[in-house]
Design a protein around this ligand. Structure first.
Ligand SMILES: C[S@@+](CC[C@H](N)C(=O)[O-])C[C@H]1O[C@@H](n2cnc3c(N)ncnc32)[C@H](O)[C@@H]1O
Length: 238
C-alpha cells in the first residue's frame, strides 16, 4: 500500500472561513499578531479583566480545575494557572491553538464549544473569555458547559452597553475593524435571560460585575451594567 504524504506547510493564507463565513480567527494576518495586541494599549483593560474574573471565580472555593473554551493563544489559560487553578484549553482555531501550544504547558484540545469532547462533570469549572460573542447557539454552549462543569461557569465578555460598541460598528462600516463583524454583544441582563433558558430546571445563582471604565473615572469596577467588559459567574448548586 502506498502511504500518502501529508503536507507540513502552514495553513494557506486564503483559508479564512469558519461556519461558512470569514472569521478573523481563521486568518493568519490577524491571529499572528493577537498577543501583541494585548501588550499594547489594551494592557490596562486586561489587568482589570483579570482582577474581576479572579474575584468571581475565587469566591467559589470548590474550583480547583478549569477548562477554558475559546482559549485562543492561551492568554487567560496560562493566567488561571498563575492564580492557582489547574487549567486546560479548547479552541476551534488551529491558528490560535498553534500559538497556545508554545505559550501554555497544559492540555489543549481543538474542538467547537457547541460540542465539547468531554464526559459530564470533568472539570470543576468552565470559562469563556471574550469568545461567547462568536457563538451561533449560545443556549447550547451554556448547556454543554453546565454538563462538563461540576461547580460553575465563568464568563467574561465585551459589554453591549459601552460606547466602544457604536465605535466598532462604525469602523466596520468603513471596513476598518474585522474583529467583531460576526460578534453579538450581550449585556449582563441579556446574558442572564439566555442562561435562564439554558439552565431551566437546574439550581444555580449568578453574580456579575462590570469594568472597562475610562481611566479618569473615580471607580474602575462597579455593579452597574455599564463599562466595556463584564464578568459573570454561574454557581451550580445541584
Ligand atoms: C477574542 S478570542 C479570545 C481568546 C482568549 N480567550 C483571550 O481572552 O485572549 C476568541 C476565540 O474564540 C474562539 N472561538 C470562536 N468560536 C468558537 C467555537 N465555536 N468553539 C471554540 N472556540 C471558538 C476563536 O478561535 C478565538 O480564539
Amino acid at each position: 500500500m502506498e502511504l500518502q504524504k501529508f503536507s507540513t506547510d502552514l495553513i494557506p493564507l486564503e483559508q479564512q472561513n469558519w461556519q461558512g463565513r470569514p472569521e478573523w480567527f481563521f486568518n493568519r494576518e490577524h491571529t499572528d499578531t493577537y498577543e501583541q495586541w494585548y501588550e499594547g494599549r489594551y494592557k490596562r483593560a486586561e489587568v482589570w479583566q483579570k482582577k474581576v474574573m479572579e474575584q468571581l471565580v475565587s469566591a467559589d472555593s470548590r474550583v480547583k480545575t478549569l477548562l477554558e473554551f475559546g482559549c485562543g493563544t492561551g492568554r487567560f489559560t496560562r493566567w488561571w494557572e498563575q492564580i492557582g487553578i489547574e487549567a486546560s484549553g479548547g479552541d476551534i482555531s488551529p491558528l490560535m491553538l498553534s500559538q497556545a501550544r508554545h505559550l501554555f504547558k497544559g492540555d489543549l484540545v481543538m474542538a467547537d464549544s457547541h460540542h465539547m469532547p468531554f464526559k459530564d462533570n470533568t472539570f470543576d469549572a468552565l470559562a469563556f473569555i471574550t469568545t461567547f460573542e462568536y457563538y451561533k447557539d449560545p443556549v447550547k454552549v451554556i448547556r454543554e458547559a453546565a454538563r462538563v462543569a461540576k461547580h460553575g461557569i465563568a464568563m467574561g465578555m465585551m459589554n453591549r452597553y459601552s460606547p466602544k460598541v457604536a465605535r466598532r460598528r462604525m469602523q466596520e462600516l468603513f471596513g476598518k475593524n474585522p474583529f467583531y463583524l460576526t460578534a453579538t454583544f450581550y449585556s449582563p441582563k441579556k446574558l442572564i435571560e439566555i442562561i435562564d433558558t439554558a439552565l431551566e430546571g437546574r439550581q444555580y445563582s449568578v453574580r456579575w460585575t462590570c469594568t472597562g471604565l475610562p481611566k479618569w473615572f473615580p471607580v474602575q469596577q462597579w455593579s452597574l451594567p455599564f463599562g466595556d467588559f463584564f464578568g459573570l459567574y454561574i454557581e451550580l448548586k445541584d
